[in-house]
Design a binder for this molecule. Structure first.
Ligand code: RB5
Length: 152
């Protein structure tokens, strides 16, 4: 599995911690920044960068961190083919994979602590999509994208 990870200034510190999990799991990853947590940056820039790389197929999954995880999820979900899930607990992380086939995980550094975030990431990385009836529903999400013409 190849993972791409990014964050704004408000998610920088947690991004650094989550990279430890990726190393421990032996997962190849690319960090697209921000590389300087002190400087204010705009979260949509980093969310789009991660989302487009996942959508293009160069990476299997993306992880994006901001203050809440909300802004980056909203931005990433504008990209066609992206199913970004903002998770603040392990159960949501599990179901975002099993039922929604989420290909991007977002977390909020100002919402959850590093230990919870790391557990969320571990579960999210190691949980498979269940397919079956859930695939029918995920396909309906893709159909909405087609009808709306979003994420060109
Ligand atoms: C940055 O101050 C903050 O707005 C951003 O990190 C994020 O929480 C937005 O959703």
């Amino acid at each position: 599995m190849k993972v791409i990870i990014g964050a704004d200034h408000a998610g920088y510190a947690l991004k650094e911690e989550l990279k430890e999990v990726l190393r421990q799991e032996g997962i190849e990853f690319l960090d697209i920044g921000t590389i300087n947590g002190e400087d204010s940056v705009d979260y949509p820039d980093f969310a789009e960068r991660v989302a487009r790389k996942v959508a293009a197929g160069g990476f299997d999954r993306g992880v994006i961190v901001c203050g809440t995880g909300i802004g980056v999820a909203i931005a990433a979900n504008k990209v066609r083919g992206i199913r970004a899930a903002n998770c603040s607990d392990p159960i949501s992380a599990r179901f975002s994979r099993e039922h929604n086939d989420a290909n991007v995980l977002t977390v909020g550094e100002r919402i959850i602590g590093p230990a919870v975030a790391k557990e969320i990431l571990r579960i999210w990385l190691n949980t498979d999509f269940m397919g079956g009836r859930h695939a029918i529903r995920v396909n309906k999400i893709s159909a909405i994208e087609e009808r709306s013409g979003v994420g060109e």
